[in-house]
Design a protein around this ligand. Structure first.
Ligand SMILES: O=P(O)(O)OC[C@H]1O[C@H](OP(=O)(O)OP(=O)(O)O)[C@H](O)[C@@H]1O
Ligand SMILES: O=c1cc[nH]c(=O)[nH]1
Length: 189
């Protein structure tokens, strides 16, 4: 992306925001999260990664690929659409349903790691917990996010965080991923 004006010294300021993570930062964060998941779980046994569409699914796939490199084990990856479980469903325009794909082994008695790109109010994750309740009963549920930008409305926290990003509520954090957006970046504007 070409900046329209020279950025202030010490900052990288593309036209649509300030870059806080570039592709290498994102790669490092996902590698660290993958190791932290394995450490916390004492290996990959019983793990299932469920990404929240859209970008959370790609992040879950990347984490699974790193776990496979480290452990030589393919951790099941799925996707969990939360659209029908949103608490603002009736207040917003109709949204397209996104895929829910639960791995063949299901989630009963598994350690499910929910994966999303941004954690903000926590309402998406609350919806995900409700959505999972209709699918099975995991042994435990953990949360991995690429960015935690604060400003929670609910008592929800992430177990694995790529970057804690202090923000004002007026700001917007945009995650872009190669698979979905054609590039890897996290910007704030
Ligand atoms: O903690 P919260 O306040 O729920 O915010 C976090 C959610 O917001 C974004 O999704 P969004 O609903 O904007 O849709 P998107 O996935 O299309 O970006 C993001 O992908 C997270 O899922
Ligand atoms: O800044 C925000 C808030 C919610 N979801 C995002 O993707 N970005």
């Amino acid at each position: 992306m070409t900046p329209t004006a020279a950025p202030p010294p010490g900052t990288d300021l593309p036209a649509d925001g300030r870059t806080v993570l570039d592709a290498r930062d994102i790669a490092r964060a996902l590698t660290r999260i993958s190791h932290e998941i394995l450490e916390r779980n004492k290996g990959s046994h019983d793990l299932v990664l469920l990404g929240i569409p859209s970008r959370g699914v790609h992040l879950a796939q990347r984490i699974a690929a790193r776990i496979a490199e480290v452990e030589g084990v393919e951790v099941p990856v799925g996707s969990l659409d939360i659209t029908m479980y949103r608490d603002d469903l009736r207040m917003r325009p109709a949204r397209t349903l996104l895929p829910t794909e639960i791995p063949a082994g299901g989630i009963d008695d598994k350690i499910v790691v929910l994966v999303d790109d941004v954690l903000y109010s926590g309402r998406t994750i609350r919806s995900a917990l409700d959505a999972m309740n209709d699918i099975g009963r995991p042994q435990a549920v953990r949360l991995a996010v690429l960015v935690d930008r604060g400003h929670r409305d609910l008592p929800i926290r992430a177990d694995f965080v790529g970057k804690n990003l202090p923000t004002s509520q007026a700001e917007k954090v945009a995650v872009r991923l190669e698979e979905y957006d054609g590039e890897d970046s996290v910007t704030i504007r």
